[in-house]
Design a protein around this ligand. Structure first.
Ligand code: ZN
Ligand code: ZN
Length: 141
């Protein structure tokens, strides 16, 4: 993974963030909630410890119940609706950042694909990374 800093923000620039240190994981998530929340076939997510995220600006939030039965809160810009990160009843104190909100998304590369059982047939994934039908065992940093 790159040594350079991971910085990003929403579409309109009102909310900016910086990730301190190396991500714990980067995954392609094909779950139904990601599809509905992003309007895409899958979303690319960066798992980090909670204390690795430094925010400038205050996102709006939307909370629902995730696949595991725990609550999931999505954080997004109230002006442009750009998705930023997700928190919830995850293993440990984790935040899940939307990789597409990075200023340079090429700084990260997914190590696996999860919830592939929900993937639309037209959405193509890298066949060279492991694919999981649901949620794999995750490192918790
Ligand atoms: Zn915005
Ligand atoms: Zn998902």
């Amino acid at each position: 993974m790159s040594e350079s800093k991971l910085v990003g923000g929403c579409l309109c620039g009102e909310i900016r963030y910086e990730i301190i240190g190396e991500p714990v994981f980067v995954s392609q998530c094909c779950c139904k909630d990601c599809q509905k929340a992003t309007g895409t076939g899958h979303t690319t997510i960066i798992g980090i410890r909670g204390d690795q995220l430094q925010m400038a600006g205050t996102p709006r939030t939307y909370t629902n119940t995730g696949d595991t039965g725990g609550s999931v809160t999505r954080h997004f810009c109230g002006t442009c609706a750009g998705r930023l990160y997700t928190t919830g009843d995850l293993p440990g104190d984790m935040k899940i950042v939307q990789a597409g909100s990075l200023d340079d998304p090429n700084q990260v590369s997914p190590i696996n694909a999860i919830y592939v059982k929900d993937k639309p047939v037209w959405d193509m994934l890298d066949p060279n990374i492991p694919h999981f039908e649901g949620m794999p065992e995750r490192p918790t940093g």
